[in-house]
Design a binder for this molecule. Structure first.
Ligand SMILES: Nc1ncnc2c1ncn2[C@@H]1O[C@H](COP(=O)(O)OP(=O)(O)O)[C@@H](O)[C@H]1O
Ligand SMILES: [Mg+2]
Length: 226
């Protein structure tokens, strides 16, 4: 059984079709990278998986359960956006704990989770700061921490490194790779960076104009591109 199954998903915005019969099956523990030119529908597909945009037709399943019509909160999925979207009035600790609080996780458990991810992402010394007091790279780690505090069935990352400078991108890429190896979680990750795609992915899905053109290992996509 696939960890995530996308079955013939179409999405229209008004009269414009943005996703055209997208189908994908992702195994448990797989790191799938979604690549494609700007505007091809990558974020729309991620938002549909997360439940932030309703699909026009088709189905989405997680661990065999049809979640197509569940709210984002009812889906066992955590998402990291391109824009970090941290709550400016909350501390780093508050931001990381927020998703758990929404899910009514008891305080002691929340605090333990915050400590665990802060340690992992090396931001323990920043927990009492507000987002405005952080660098771009630190904010990015907090956004990542907020997702990692939970242990969902699936992580979605939508170009999480695109606002970082080159050096930090390389560092964070290594960090994400290690996290995946350590946690063994299923990940769908959007990037338009070829190096990121080649180094992180178990498999790559190439999208254009709302369709999946090719799905294969990095090797297959690189050496035998459709
Ligand atoms: N809320 C929306 N309303 C109308 N059109 C949208 C909306 N969101 C995205 N689009 C359009 O859908 C297409 C795909 O967008 P998007 O999924 O953001 O692409 P990508 O993430 O691959 O750059 C684009 O043409 C975009 O303009
Ligand atoms: Mg996008």
């Amino acid at each position: 059984m696939s960890a995530l199954e996308i079955d013939n998903v179409c999405k229209d915005f008004g009269s414009t079709r943005v996703l055209e019969e997208v189908s994908l099956a992702i195994d448990s523990g797989e790191f799938l990278i979604l690549v494609g030119p700007s505007g091809c529908g990558k974020s729309t597909l991620m938002n549909a998986i997360a439940g932030l945009e309703p699909v026009t037709s088709g189905r989405i399943k997680v661990g065999g359960d049809d979640i197509t019509w569940r709210t984002p909160a009812e889906r066992d999925i955590a998402m990291v956006f391109q824009s970090y979207a941290l709550y400016p009035s909350m501390t780093v600790h508050g931001n990381i704990a927020f998703g758990l609080e929404m899910r009514k996780v008891p305080k002691a458990e929340r605090d333990a989770a915050v400590e665990r991810v802060a340690d992992l992402l090396q931001i323990s010394h920043l927990l009492n700061r507000k987002p405005s007091q952080l660098s771009g790279g630190q904010r990015q780690r907090v956004a990542m921490g907020r997702a990692l505090a939970r242990e969902p069935q699936i992580y979605l990352f939508d170009e999480p490194l695109s606002n970082l400078d080159a050096k930090l991108r390389v560092e964070m890429r290594t960090e994400i790779k290690k996290l995946h190896q350590r946690l063994g979680t299923t990940i769908v990750y959007v990037t338009h960076d070829q190096i990121e795609a080649m180094t992180l992915a178990d498999s790559i899905a190439v999208m254009r104009d709302g369709r999946i053109l090719q799905l294969g290992t990095p090797d297959e996509v690189y050496n035998d591109p459709v």
